[in-house]
Structure formats: structure tokens, C-alpha cells
Design a protein around this ligand. Structure first.
Ligand code: PA5
Length: 430
């Protein structure tokens, strides 16, 4: 489960500002529920939770389990909403250093040829048992035409065919729209397994469709628990969304007041990619017609040694959203050392988790006193259910916030501008 604490952020607002924003947030929430806002053809991310498709979950589970058992390497080839959600969940729920299950490698999320060359060199090296690596590939592209993903897929599927011959077909999985796009032409010509991203679910809202579920299942995560965590949040929010509306209203009032940057920070390295997913969800949904908050991600305490000065004392237009998770795993205890040359004996007997928690509380206090409105998003445990819950919570918060801004949360017309300029420079024919 997730709740967002707003009390430290609310102190930066007057009663009038808070009340006004509360009304706007409630009206926006109603607009979403009554389907009278912009982009109502894109509300499938709610429909899939209202009527869960258990057959799909079973299918994802069974294919994911098979890949998990057989693969040394599983490549997730996609960009933006086509890979950030999967990466966020996988990194939140799997150990950093694991000795079981496939290595998950991301591709198609930039245009570095050097990276792809090194990736292929890595695939060609034998596995830990000295045998050729077992490689499986999932290409994900809703449009089926995104250049970054398409180039990587062209290179990787050639490698798969050169390496595995006809068997490559059973190792390549494609996730795309029902119809249209170059990827569908490739699927038709090659016979790869296809999974469909429904037309009414946008890329950054698609983590709970095959876009995210297949890679997440291949990483060994229980997708049913993840999905039903989101369903639980959906049902709860249909009954009572007071905490969520308080969060949206406070964030909206701060935005109106002139705050421009939302720094998504966490003291838990496993949640940094969750910050990356949220950054895209917020950024691509909000940034329209000169509006929205610029979302950035920080990993603390690492970035307190790079961004900390700016957050504490720079231009006062930053708010901070902490992603906090209760960690139940046993943690290292700091031990006593004779001589105490590093001066750390005063910490002996404390776990590193306790020290990290104090660093978090100290940062919240210091940044608040330095003029930064702070939100604390508390995820109650590092489990598939809680992460699923958090996914829907943030999706819903995004849609309502962007309605409050008076924009369409579900399109991204601005993303086309760089593509047009790039294609012109590359001499692409229309
Ligand atoms: O959220 C979105 O819609 C985008 O970030 C897309 O996911 C991203 O541009 C990739 O698009 P596609 O899945 O069509 O390759």
C-alpha cells in the first residue's frame, strides 16, 4: 500500500490556496470518473483493473516462468513507456546481485552503436557453465515504428537468427498494437509470438499490460500479485481517494504558486528506477502548453553530494517527493573497532538501515527548513502487491493533476518535434 504525506508541503501554502486547489482537484477527479475530460479514449489503464483478465495473467506467468528457467539473458528492447515500467518493477523487487534467473538487459532505449556492439560481444561470451548463452528477446513498441527500438531490434534479431537459426523464432516475443506499424509487418513475415497492447492504453500507462508484465514475469516476479495489488488500489480509490486528492491538490497549489521542479528522491537504490518511471509518467503527461512541473530523479544519499547544495540553498522553485519503502530485510550492523580511527564507534550496534533512515529524516528536516516543500510517499513493504498499488496510485494522481492543469494527460504531441528534425537531417522520405 502507498500513502503520500503532505503535511510538510502544506505549510508552504495559505488556507485559501489549499482550499482553492482542493476544489480544483475534486472537480478534476470527477471529470475523470464521469469520463468528461480530455483524452477519454485512453482510459483503458483503469478498465483493465476493473475487469481483470486472469487468462492473460496466466499466459504471462507461464511464458515468463519458462523464460526465467531457460534464459541466461533476457533482452527488453523498448524505450519510454515501453520499458521504464518493467525496469522500475524489476529493480524494485529483485536483488541487485543475483545468482538465479536471467540477466535482464535493456536495449532500444537509445541510439548508441557502441552499446549494441558491446551487448552482442557479451551475448557471444559463454555462460557461467562455459556453454553458449541462452538468449531470449522481447521487443516492445506500441507504434511499432520508434526508431531507437527498431534499429536495436533489427540488429538483435539478425544476431538471434545467425546464432540460433530457425529456433530464433521461438525466442523472440513482440509486444505491439493489434494492427499497424512496421513491427506488425515483421511479425506477419517472421511468425514471432505477439502480445497486444490495447489501443486505449498509452505507453506510459501500460506497465500492467503485456508491455510490462512479460518482462516482469521473466524476471521471476509474481505478476498476479503485482496486478492484484493495483486492483486493490483501484477498488480502494473508488471508495476513498481523500489521501490522493490531498496530494494532488497540494502539488497543484505549489505548481500554481510558481514552484517549477519536482525532485523525486529516494534513499533506497532499488527505487531509483521507480523514480525514472514516475519521471516519465509526470513529465510526458504534464508538460503541455507551458504548464507542468519539471520532474527530476535523485538517488540519495549519493546525490546529496552533488545536488544537495542546490536543493538546500539554490533558487527556491523546487519541491521534493521522497519515495520511501519499509525495508524488512536484515541489514548490516556496524561493529566496534579497536582504536576507532575512523571515529565510527558511536554508531556501533546500529544497522545501516537505521543510519539510512536517520539520513532520510535529517534530509527531510534540512530541506524543509531550507524552503523546500516535501512530500513523502510511503510504500509499506517491498512486495509485488505494494508496488502494484503504487503504480495505480501514481497513474491516477497523474491523470487528475493534469486535468487540474486543463490539459490532456494521455497524449505527447511535443515528442514529435525532435523526431521531425532528426528525420529531416537523416534524409528520411515521407
Ligand atoms: O508514453 C509513451 O507513450 C511514450 O513514452 C512511448 O512509450 C515511447 O515513445 C515509445 O513508443 P512506442 O512504444 O510506440 O515505441
Amino acid at each position: 500500500m502507498i500513502t503520500v504525506e503532505t503535511k510538510l508541503a502544506r505549510t508552504f501554502l495559505s488556507d485559501e490556496e489549499r482550499n482553492l486547489a482542493g476544489t480544483v482537484a475534486s472537480e478534476s477527479s470527477e471529470k475523470l470518473d464521469k469520463r468528461t475530460g480530455k483524452g477519454t479514449e485512453w482510459l483503458g489503464w483503469q478498465d483493465i483493473l476493473r475487469e481483470p483478465n486472469d487468462a492473460l495473467l496466466e499466459n504471462m506467468e507461464s511464458i515468463g516462468t519458462e523464460i526465467h528457467k531457460k534464459a541466461d539473458v533476457f533482452i527488453v528492447c523498448g524505450i519510454g513507456g515501453s520499458y521504464l515500467g518493467a525496469r522500475a518493477v524489476i529493480e524494485a523487487l529483485t536483488p541487485e546481485f543475483r545468482d538465479r534467473g536471467p540477466e535482464i538487459i535493456y536495449a532500444g532505449h537509445h541510439i548508441s552503436g557502441r552499446y549494441l556492439q558491446r551487448l552482442i560481444a557479451h551475448l557471444e561470451k559463454p555462460n557461467a557453465n562455459g556453454r553458449p548463452k541462452e538468449v531470449y528477446l522481447n521487443v516492445i513498441s506500441k507504434s511499432g515504428t520508434t526508431m531507437e527500438t527498431a534499429i536495436a531490434f533489427r540488429v538483435l534479431r539478425k544476431w538471434m537468427h545467425d546464432h540460433y537459426g530457425d529456433d530464433a523464432v521461438s525466442r523472440i516475443f513482440c509486444t505491439t498494437s493489434k494492427e499497424g506499424g512496421a513491427l506488425n509487418k515483421i511479425i506477419d513475415a517472421s511468425g514471432y509470438r505477439k502480445f497486444i497492447l490495447p489501443d486505449d492504453v498509452g505507453g506510459r500507462f501500460s506497465v500492467l499490460t503485456p508491455v510490462g508484465l512479460l518482462p516482469i514475469a521473466a524476471a521471476g516476479i509474481d505478476v498476479r500479485r503485482l496486478f492484484y495489488g493495483a486492483v486493490e488500489c483501484y477498488e480502494r480509490m473508488q471508495q476513498d481517494r481523500s489521501n490522493l486528492l490531498d496530494y494532488v491538490a497540494t502539488r497543484y497549489a505549489l505548481c500554481k504558486k510558481g514552484y517549477a521542479i519536482d525532485l523525486i528522491a529516494t534513499f533506497e537504490p532499488a527505487l531509483v528506477s521507480m523514480g525514472g518511471w514516475l519521471q516519465q509518467l509526470y513529465g510526458e503527461s504534464e508538460g503541455k502548453n507551458g504548464k507542468g512541473l519539471f520532474p527530476a530523479v535523485a538517488q540519495y544519499s549519493t546525490d546529496l553530494h552533488s545536488l544537495g547544495q542546490m536543493v538546500q540553498d539554490g533558487k527556491r522553485n523546487i519541491m521534493e517527493t521522497f519515495l520511501h519503502i519499509r525495508n524488512a530485510e536484515p541489514s548490516l550492523t556496524i561493529f566496534k573497532e579497536s582504536g576507532d580511527y575512523d571515529g565510527l564507534n558511536y554508531l556501533s550496534g546500529k544497522t545501516m538501515e537505521e543510519v539510512n533512515e536517520k539520513a532520510f529524516l535529517g534530509t527531510v528536516q534540512a530541506h524543509g527548513e531550507g524552503g523546500v516543500p516535501v512530500f513523502i510517499a510511503r510504500i509499506d513493504e517491498q512486495s509485488a502487491e505494494s508496488i502494484g498499488h503504487a503504480i495505480y496510485y501514481f497513474e491516477l494522481a497523474t491523470a487528475i493533476f493534469v486535468y487540474a492543469l486543463g490539459e490532456n494527460p494521455f497524449d505527447q504531441p511535443g515528442v514529435e518535434a525532435y523526431k521531425k528534425a532528426m528525420f529531416r537531417l537523416l534524409g528520411k522520405q515521407d
